[in-house]
Design a protein. Sequence first.
Length: 590
Amino acid sequence: MVVQRTFRHRIFINFFVVFSIFTLAVLVYQYDREKSYRTGQLENTLDNISEFTHQYIEHKRIFESSDFKSLDTLKSLLPIANTRLTIVDMTGKVLYDSFVADVQNIENHLGRPEVQKALYSGKGSSIRLSNTTNQKFYYYAKNCKKYFVRTAAVYNVDIIKFLKTERIFLVFIVFLFGLMWVLLHYTTRRLSEFIVKLKDFALKAGQNEDISKMDSNFQDNELGVIRRQIIQIYDNLKTAKDDLTSEKEKLYGHLQVLKEGISIFSAEKHKILANSHFIQFINMISDKSTISAEHIFSIPEFSKVVDFIEQYQLQQIQTPNKELPQIEYTIEKSEKFFHIRCIIFLDKSFEVLISDVTRPEKQRLLKQQLTSNIAHELKTPLSSIKGYLETILNNPNIPGDKQKYFLEKAFAQSERLTDLLNDISLLNNIEDAGGLFEFKSLKLSPVIRDVIENLKSRLTARNMECNIDVGNDVVVNGNESLLFSVFQNLIENSVNYAGNDSHISIRKYLEDDKFYYFQYSDSGAGIPEEHLTRIFERFYRVDYGRSRENGGTGLGLSIVKNAVLLHKGEISVRNRAEGGLEFLFSLSKK
Ligand code: ADP
């Protein structure tokens, strides 16, 4: 309401001032016109009096007789009462004055403005105060060749008189003023109504309310154009805002699904945005729980980041190739590894990325451990071979049968070395180059039969039996040599660890759309429970001595597990209640 009044008042006052100036200008003009009209009238009357006086002087030959006193009779005849009549000769000497009896003492009148004008142009006038009456007089002088006739009357063309005489005109002006007032009132009210409507419209648009359905009772004039323009700008802004919001949501959604923790901070270290992983990670790293991303600046593990930011902000580190300055390092906390990265942007805002690298880091450590295990495993047969050969070389007189014995031992160790290397390379291939194995639909039972055939002599030697219940219709999507290895390792282990007279059972116990499920078991002694969880690990043996005795590499079950996984299957192991070890595993159909 305040705005409305102010605006309306302002317009009203502006119009009012303009109209008042206009009215005043009309009055001044009218007054001026009236004044010059009245002055003209007065001058005309005075000219007539002068002419009449001149005629009278000529007729009565008063100038020749110098009987100017006879002019006194004229006074009462003049049309304007109190008209002053003065006769001045060409030298300026006053010959007669109707107001002054003793003309001798009157000063020379040649300098009077009206006389001066009459001297040069026949007649002249001047308005000034009279010394005697202290009234404003209109003096008029006429040049009559031999003398000047000067007449003067009270000059009373004043404003009050004018206002009195022009009463009707004034009433008209006041009426016009009133009319204008009413018109102005009405016009400004209508105009302010439009403006208020437009203001409400703009306010609603500013407050993000839906303006498309708002009262659109705007005329098709400039206000209508402004309204349309506001809608246009509002629509454009809304679209831009919606686009921005959806982009922001997309980005935020993306940040939320990222496995990395990410947070962006302003140059003043205030959080701009942070995803939930970021908060989760800083909680894992910090000893105190927090929900604030800014907490990282007080965690000792992030002091490197804080130092880096401060150093950059103080010293303006320049990076080559205009790359953004960044720092990265890894921290370890409670058996977990985190990779920290901080990037500073040109406007000195910066982002901190935290990624959980525990798995790759652990894998790296595992590989390291594996390499040293392999070296250790290789060392044993190699040093045996070296020992046997050295014995032969250092003892040239060693009997032939002894020599043969050492050579056979060395050969057996070299066989073991070959097995070890073959197993290592097979495992590496499964793990690192699984894609190189050719997969096709193949019947499983011939593969199993081949393995048994291969191990027949050893099975017979131990009086072991194999019971196979895998039909000819069982077709898996697999790699023949890998599946061969799976059954070879399982049966070989049973031969080695289950003992004489034990038997083996291999059966398909279930199938669904995607998988066949198999059970492999033997009737041996099984494995002590505490070892069960680890027997798929590389080089893990329950009884190291016995494994070596049997020529085991400690890699057999690792190969089995990795080969099953490569076939998209799963494998588990348990001891059977009735004794012996049992493996349950699946192989994919397609
Ligand atoms: P290895 O080359 O030593 O046989 P594996 O990885 O094949 O290595 O087996 C790991 C360990 O699991 C073996 O050392 C053995 O102690 C145990 N094991 C494997 N299969 C059997 C089984 N059928 N019965 C009892 N113990 C077994």
